[in-house]
Design a protein around this ligand. Structure first.
Ligand SMILES: [Zn+2]
Length: 214
């Protein structure tokens, strides 16, 4: 198979692809798998392939999401994608809480992942930690920072000097994570089922919560 020279014209590329299609029909046969859009997960944008199938499900392999559904309407895709993200969020955050609680020598009670719109995380006086599932879209170090932040509230139920000292001692780069959250908070609230510009702002955090205590 010949290589395409950098100076090849578009029509030559088309001819090349047509020839390739004739030579290797199995590569092109599907039309089933159409890259639809990208999904943000753990700070990276991944391709999403669509597959028609009776059962709706989503898998993540080799850096690509594959979304299977009988149709690709919003009401069908949203619960599938959100369900997957919530499950991943619960598992990942739980692991991180266990890891950091041990390092910080703190005891927590329960970890829950919720659909809260006004807070990334919270900590009750009983040591119950709640996190917004959407933070699974953020990079790992941002998740670490949020977990450290909420765990530090087990010791200090305020944002005083001692609280920040404790956070800093385990997460010296926390300013970077706070900046990331501030910069991309709207992106974390984009609906999962649409690439539509109009829909991209429909699920933002409310105005008063823009200045979260992160
Ligand atoms: Zn806080």
């Amino acid at each position: 198979m010949q290589d395409i020279d950098i100076n090849t014209t578009i029509s030559e590329v088309s001819l090349f692809i047509e020839k390739l299609q004739a030579d290797m029909p199995e590569v092109f046969k599907s039309g089933k798998k159409t890259p639809l859009k990208k999904l943000l997960y753990m700070g990276k944008l991944y391709d999403v392939n669509l597959n028609r199938g009776e059962q709706s499900c989503i898998t993540f392999n080799d850096d690509t999401f594959t979304l299977t559904a009988p149709n690709f309407r919003q009401h069908n895709l949203k619960p599938v994608i959100e369900g997957w993200m919530k499950t991943r969020a619960q598992k990942t955050i739980e692991e991180k809480v266990k890891h950091w609680a041990e390092k910080m020598e703190l005891e927590f009670n329960k970890v829950s992942v919720k659909d809260q719109k006004s807070l990334w995380g919270s900590c009750s006086h009983k040591g119950n930690l709640n996190f917004c599932w959407r933070i699974i879209k953020a990079p790992g170090e941002v998740l670490d920072y949020l977990v450290i932040h909420e765990l530090a509230h087990i010791k200090y139920l305020n944002h005083g000097e001692e609280f920040w000292q404790l956070v800093n001692s385990h997460c010296p780069e926390n300013k970077k994570s706070r900046k990331w959250l501030n910069q991309y908070k709207e992106r974390l609230f984009v609906n999962e089922d649409s690439n539509d510009e109009e829909n991209q702002n429909s699920d933002q955090p409310e105005q008063q919560s823009a200045n979260r205590n992160i």
